[in-house]
Design a protein around this ligand. Structure first.
Ligand SMILES: Cc1cc2nc3c(=O)[nH]c(=O)nc-3n(C[C@H](O)[C@H](O)[C@H](O)COP(=O)(O)O)c2cc1C
Length: 179
């Protein structure tokens, strides 16, 4: 199983969570790590390079901080430009078929806030539905997400544990059973 982790953080220098997750990934050595803002500081995505990378991996994890209940803009641009008609969907568009795709997100809001009765009103599963729908649309298989929430109360111990748990998650997560 070849795993590609696509990291999209507009300001990695100021990051605490995504940087710690990245450092833990780098220690492993058995994942392909791809930082979109580092690769494309001008946001000019090399579509054929990205498509080749996708084709060469079985499991893809999109790692990013939650921005306005969505992805940072470069990841949205990546979805729009890389997952093309005739490549990822439509006639002969089967290049992503059977891939396993998941998300790893960090959120400022606490776990309690991401509940129907909490401040953010919706669960993270609900907020991630557009990504889940996209994955289904391109004939890939959606993996349960990994998250770290409540960043304002984040201790170094919880961050270290989360980074260890993240690696375990990427290696062992199983697809969501629908129905
Ligand atoms: C433009 C912007 C939008 C954000 N939107 C959300 C949001 O919708 N929900 C949330 O919980 N946190 C939101 N945040 C907080 C980030 O998700 C949080 O700072 C980040 O996950 C921390 O990870 P890091 O240490 O890797 O930067 C937002 C931050 C920014 C800058």
């Amino acid at each position: 199983m070849k795993t590609l982790v696509i990291i999209t953080h507009p300001n990695m220098a100021a990051s605490r969570v995504n940087k710690s997750w990245l450092e833990e990934l780098q220690k492993q050595g058995d994942f392909t790590i791809h930082e979109l803002y580092k690769e494309y500081p001008d946001e000019n995505i090399d579509i054929s390079k990205e498509q080749k990378m996708l084709k060469a991996h079985d499991r893809i994890i999109f790692q990013y901080p939650l921005y306005w209940y969505s992805t940072p803009p470069l990841l949205k641009k990546w979805f729009d430009s890389v997952l093309q008609y005739g490549w990822a969907y439509g006639p002969d568009g089967s290049k992503t078929e059977g891939k396993e795709i998941g998300v790893a997100i960090s959120t400022y809001g606490s776990e309690e806030s991401y509940q129907p009765t909490g401040f953010n009103q919706f669960t993270l599963e609900e907020i991630l539905r557009p990504v889940q729908a996209l994955v289904h649309f391109i004939s890939a298989t959606y993996l349960p997400h990994f998250a770290l929430s409540d960043i304002s109360n984040l201790t170094d111990e919880r961050l270290t544990q989360s980074s260890i748990d993240y690696i375990h998650h990427i290696k062992s997560v199983k697809p969501v059973v629908v129905g």
